[in-house]
Ligand binder design. Sequence first.
Ligand SMILES: NC(=O)c1ccc[n+]([C@@H]2O[C@H](COP(=O)([O-])OP(=O)(O)OC[C@H]3O[C@@H](n4cnc5c(N)ncnc54)[C@H](OP(=O)(O)O)[C@@H]3O)[C@@H](O)[C@H]2O)c1
Length: 287
Amino acid sequence: MYVVAGATGRVGSVVAKTLLTNGAGVRVLVRRSSDAEQWRAEGADVRILQLDDRAALADALRGCAGFFTLLPFDLHVANLAEHAERLTCSIAGAVADAAVPHVVMLSSMGADLAEGTGPITGLNRLERALRETGTVLTALRSGHFQEKVADVIEIARESGVYPVFADSADTPVPMVATADLGSVAARALQTPPDTSENLDILGASYSERAVAKLLGESLGRELRVTTVPEEAWSAAFVEAGFRPHVADSLAELYRADAQGLLAPRGDRSVLVDIPMEATLAGMLAGR
Ligand SMILES: NC(=O)c1ccc[n+]([C@@H]2O[C@H](COP(=O)([O-])OP(=O)(O)OC[C@H]3O[C@@H](n4cnc5c(N)ncnc54)[C@H](OP(=O)(O)O)[C@@H]3O)[C@@H](O)[C@H]2O)c1
């Protein structure tokens, strides 16, 4: 039996569905009873819980062969660091309580760094906390999700502008489809390594200008790429509705990216191949 957190999310849903398709026993963790029925119909066992409920999580994990977890980002909480720390203590505590033999964690490039990476510092902390439990940890470190283009689809559709939070829109960076990450996670759960390892998940590289061109073609309008200078990032995030400390954290993340800090430094690389065109088509079709 494998336990999958974030089963209503992009990566977790693919992990659970792939395992079920492979005939494995799956227990999904959801937060609302309205999300439970669909999973039961698909053959999964379901627990309804919050990841910061250590006792309920440990109970759901007891006896499992492997656990897929993420550290959900919530950019609307009053205190980002406190939120991440509460989840980290609960998740790692429950993994220790239930003596889970193998954990696959959705991490990120840059998670090897303890500071200077905005919200990714929480992933560094969760990786370390999980390793300290004695479990075998497979940390999946990807760069940008291809789906982050969703953040700008409406603005691009309405205004024809494609904003880029970087000095240049022409630097290619690897971008990964969340469906690919879900497949890699399911495979890792079913073929656990003997010791912990950090996997760099590498997809094809795209510049923001290349993504803007693909999005423009899908939307049927040419998009004007506009770079936002670094000194304007925090204010732009506040204007978009984020609290000042969240805006600063996001600006730190973008700065780390611009400085090349979110680079592959894992134990080995896994290449994945869903192209941005397929991800965009799925997103615009509402899949
Ligand atoms: N965006 C990027 O480019 C990027 C890059 C590298 C790594 N990451 C990592 O990827 C993660 C997001 O993965 P994703 O896209 O698959 O997630 P997602 O689609 O945003 O979904 C988040 C999932 O977590 C669940 N969740 C949120 N808070 C929870 C809580 N307190 N207790 C239990 N479940 C909770 C949500 O449940 P509900 O449906 O109930 O809300 C949902 O299933 C980020 O948190 C980050 O750590 C992101």
